[in-house]
Write a protein that binds this ligand. Structure first.
Ligand code: FE2
Length: 428
């Protein structure tokens, strides 16, 4: 098995301090509409791990946030995040019902954070969550409920968990699966949740050897994708044979004309030869069409440049979308430019953040909550690392004109390591 220490080098390296900074320099003009926090999280080991065994996915979590209000950047904060039993929580941050939650998959429960990003403690959503949650939720376009698929190595099933807008679990359905698959993300339409049962599964031998993320490529595990009606039971899942590959992230899904369309980033394989981070061939943007009448999945490459961290206008969650966003990958896990895909016109625009500057996951923020507004009427917000200064900025792009210079840049006197995911959490 091959390992690499890429995930501890450069801007993957952890930062060593928690800071609170209230004097932030801004270039350009922060739009008045942006009142809230841009939060994100990623791995940031507290103590130096053994590079040979370190897996990027299991470093201690650290949350980062910038608060914007009245055209000003009021603060930057970063805080370590940990579950009550020392559990790692490092993958996503979301806002629900005025509360802030750090999320992870594979077993640990969320950690609730204060507005200022201080950890409050492990959270089972007021006693309504039984066991694991997930890092990736998707909003039901009708109800606004958040849907996810939760897994745990010891379960003989995965769980469809639905979190209401009151931050309480209102539904849990158990779907039998074999081999303990890693299911990082799902997709939701107005009628179904999409379950990705792909050939990365729990590996007892790797666990016995002490690997911190004992999941491996399993060619003996058939790739399949399932459609579960949003109010259905386990017997209602319709399974389709899927391409042999791995999918961390979906961009969006929707149903029309009797088929389910899912846009996603497809990796050719995962954790087969390289076992401490995602690095097994170029991930590309694909469209999968699940056709229940034909009983098949059709695939189409939408953009073949290496990319990850697909995002979209959350107002279109589960509905037909036109635009998608992401970051280009320069190779070996490095990040590159911000991508804007026009999936109707079939073109991709590229925002180049400049020499030596690398964007993390971009988050779309609509100008207004009005669902009928133009889909790209808003901004893209992203943390950008500058290799020359070894500091980070928050850039605000006009989502309708992404090739232009940022409309605003917040200059941080610190760097924000490459990590996973985050959200714009508007003030209420
Ligand atoms: Fe993810």
């Amino acid at each position: 098995m091959k390992t690499t220490s890429t995930w501890l080098d450069g801007n993957y390296a952890p930062v060593t301090e928690e800071v609170t900074i209230t004097e932030l320099e801004v270039t350009g003009t922060i739009p008045d509409e942006l009142s809230g926090r841009l939060v994100r999280i990623g791995p940031n080991p507290r103590t130096a791990p053994d590079p040979a065994r370190y897996h990027w996915f299991v470093g201690d979590g650290m949350v980062h946030g910038v608060r914007l209000r009245d055209g000003r950047a009021e603060w930057y904060r970063n805080r370590w995040v940990q579950g009550d039993q020392g559990e790692v929580v490092n993958t996503h941050v979301i806002g629900v019902d005025g509360r802030t939650f750090a999320l992870v998959e594979a077993g640990s429960q969320p950690v609730e954070l204060s507005y200022e990003l201080d950890p409050i403690g492990t959270c089972d959503f007021d006693g309504t969550l039984d066991g694991a949650f997930s890092a990736h939720t998707h909003a039901d376009p009708v109800t606004g409920d958040l849907h996810c698929i939760a897994y745990h190595w010891a379960w003989d099933h995965v769980r469809h968990v639905v979190l209401g807008q009151d931050a309480r679990v209102r539904r849990e359905v158990r779907i039998p699966v074999a081999d303990g698959p890693m299911i990082h993300d799902c997709a939701v339409t107005d009628r179904h949740i999409v379950i990705f049962d792909l050939p990365v599964t729990f590996d007892m031998a790797a666990a016995a050897e002490g690997f911190p993320l004992p999941y491996r490529w399993n060619p003996g595990h058939p790739a399949r994708v399932g459609l579960l009606p949003l109010d259905g039971g386990p017997e209602d899942v319709r399974w389709f044979d899927a391409p042999t590959c791995y999918v961390f992230h979906t961009l969006n899904a929707y149903e029309a004309d009797g088929v389910v369309t899912i846009d996603l980033v497809r990796h050719p394989r995962m954790f087969a030869g390289v076992v401490n981070g995602p690095s097994e061939g170029d991930p590309v943007l694909e469209r999968w069409t699940l056709d229940p009448a034909a009983g098949e999945v059709r695939t189409e490459v939408l953009d073949d440049r290496p990319q990850e961290f697909p995002r979209m206008d959350e107002r279109r969650s589960g509905l037909r979308h036109r635009y998608g966003y992401g970051v280009g990958l320069a190779g070996d896990g490095d990040r590159g430019p911000i991508l804007k895909h026009d999936l109707v016109a079939g073109v991709t625009e590229v925002h180049d953040p400049g020499p030596g500057r690398t964007s993390l996951e971009p988050v779309f923020v609509p100008r207004s909550p009005d669902r009928d507004a133009a889909e790209d009427d808003g901004w893209l917000l992203a943390y950008v690392h500058d290799a020359a200064t070894d500091r980070s900025d928050v850039v605000v792009l006009d989502a309708g004109d992404v090739t232009a210079k940022p409309v605003a840049t917040v200059h941080l006197p610190v760097r924000v390591p490459f990590g996973f995911h985050g959200s714009w959490i508007p003030d209420r």
